[in-house]
Design a protein around this ligand. Structure first.
Ligand code: NOJ
Length: 504
């Protein structure tokens, strides 16, 4: 670590009086663990070392025009090579845990378990051991979007067989790392996988099979998740004694106004966007939400389909999926406001998920963030947490992602303000609404490959210098802010955030 003697003290960055709410100095609840996150394809690089075969993201980033800024994850942050440096950065923050993901094609190059890569196992064994040696808990996401291309060629998440392929892969991880990994996340953000990758063309594999692909993927993701949970529960939990759950993008959706029509549009948007994945697992009844079943069935009929485009679960499958998460993994960035006023058939592709929902949305007059899905609306964080508590019987909520994307800059006042206000909203949810938040995770430890946006969008509390072949890292002001929060466990908007020039 290079250390410059220059120490800057910057003005307190957070307005204490903000949008009619005075932020007070507050203490974090004792049990809430703090950490940072990343994902394999976004940071590792080393896309073709040893026997690794391509994932769907290698394929997309190597396709001309696939990524907005033309970048790839071939090198990304070079974490495969320099993982020890990542751990030094995490140590510097002083957090309790590091959430990272394992690359399926690095462990099982073709996707199947007939060939397990020794190099792949070695890399993650080293990473986990080094974290533990530094007193940092490893929290592992089994699947964070980098599907082996070979499995995609066989249909990927649209093929029902994927539940078996996925569980074979998960089993290798439980067998190999489960003696040391005690928190598993089965699948990261099912909506983004299915809707953006299969229903639309925003993420890999860009199928654009709207109105069909997203629903097929939703069903198979839920079955794959549940199979892995049951396997862990029966065969591994008794001696490994860990926990396992799914993480769902739980951005808040609500009505544009307080009219009953808008309130309904907002709550149905929440059913389509969150409930589709959460209801089968966390509700008392299981299965997809009623409003989604009804709307997709009606539209499918009008469109001449013989059956609903939303696949059904058998009674056994409903029971099999229900209750299969030890915690509610909660990712959250922003809030959208919905209305059916102004919606016209033909605005969206037919059939499509948006057409099935039949509503339009905006961020109202909130100041749009450079990355629109990070538009700062902290009250939505509180409402989303309360929605989970009220709908799913107050489960333990692990906040697995929350963060702010920018176009760069080391003195990231905006990010510190966003994180402060969102933590304040979380504390409201805990103290006033009684939500059981057990974990909070900043996305992300460092700038990394932001999927279709490539390297140009920056989510890191550490800056990554891509121009440098070592991908040097420098803590941003937000890293110092988080480090202080971790050390003091006090959210203090009046405190001046110090900033030093450091390099890792
Ligand atoms: C959610 C995803 O899990 C993560 O990979 C992504 O980088 C962040 N959102 C920011 O967009």
């Amino acid at each position: 670590m290079l250390f410059s003697l220059v120490v800057y003290v910057l003005f307190s960055v957070v307005m204490c009086q903000n949008d009619n709410k005075t932020i007070l100095t507050r203490k974090l609840p004792d049990g809430m663990k703090l950490g940072v996150a990343s994902a394999a394809y976004q940071v590792e690089g080393a896309w073709n070392v040893a026997d690794k075969l391509p994932s769907i993201w290698d394929t997309l980033s190597h396709t001309p025009g696939g990524i907005k800024d033309g970048s790839t994850g071939d090198d990304a942050c070079k974490s495969y090579e320099y993982y020890k440096r990542d751990i030094q950065m995490i140590k510097f923050l002083g957090v309790d845990f590091y959430r990272f993901s394992i690359s399926w094609p690095r462990i099982l190059p073709s996707g199947f378990r007939n060939k397990i890569s020794d190099d792949g196992l070695k890399y993650y064994n080293n990473l986990i051991d080094e974290l533990l040696a530094n007193n940092i808990e490893p929290i592992v996401t089994i699947y964070h979007w980098d599907l082996p291309q070979y499995l995609q060629d066989l249909g990927g998440w649209a093929n029902p067989m994927i539940a078996d392929w996925y569980v074979d892969y998960a089993q290798v991880l439980f067998e190999t790392f489960g003696d040391r990994v005690k928190t598993w996340i089965t699948i990261n953000e099912p909506k983004q996988i299915g809707l953006f990758g299969y229903g639309m063309s925003y993420l890999a594999p860009r199928l654009n099979a709207h109105g069909i692909g997203e629903y097929l993927a939703a069903k198979h993701i839920l079955l794959a998740h549940a199979k892995a949970w049951h396997l862990y529960d029966k065969q591994f939990r008794p001696h490994q004694k860990g926990t396992i759950g799914i993480t769902i993008a739980t951005d808040f959706r609500t009505g544009m106004t307080d009219s009953p029509e808008d309130i309904l549009a907002g709550s149905e948007a929440m059913d389509f966007e969150v409930g589709l994945y959460a209801h089968p697992i966390f509700s008392k009844t299981g299965d997809f939400p009623e409003s989604v079943k009804r709307r997709v069935a009606e539209r499918s009929k009008e469109q001449g389909f013989k059956k609903s485009r939303l696949p059904t679960f058998t009674k056994e499958e409903i029971v099999f999926i229900k209750g299969t998460s030890d915690f509610y993994g909660f990712n959250h960035y922003s809030t959208r406001f919905y209305t059916r006023n102004g919606f016209k058939s033909g605005m969206y592709p037919i059939p499509s998920y948006e057409d099935d929902l039949a509503a339009i949305y905006s961020y109202k007059d909130y100041k749009p963030a450079a990355i629109v899905h990070c538009t700062e609306i902290p009250e939505g964080m509180r409402l989303a947490l309360k929605w989970v508590k009220d709908n799913y019987d107050n489960p333990p909520v692990n906040i697995i992602e929350n963060g702010f994307g920018t176009l760069g800059g080391q003195q990231d006042y905006d990010r510190v303000k966003y994180l402060t206000r969102y933590m304040d909203a979380i504390l409201d949810a805990v103290e006033i609404d009684g939500v059981n938040v057990t974990m909070y995770t900043v996305w992300s430890l460092m700038d990394n490959f932001e999927w279709a946006n490539g390297l140009s969008i920056k989510f890191g509390i550490f800056e990554t210098d891509y121009g440098n072949s070592n991908k040097t890292r420098r803590p941003r002001m937000s890293a110092f802010w988080f480090r202080n929060l971790v050390a003091t466990r006090i959210l203090d908007p009046y405190r001046e955030t110090e900033f030093q020039k450091l390099e890792f």
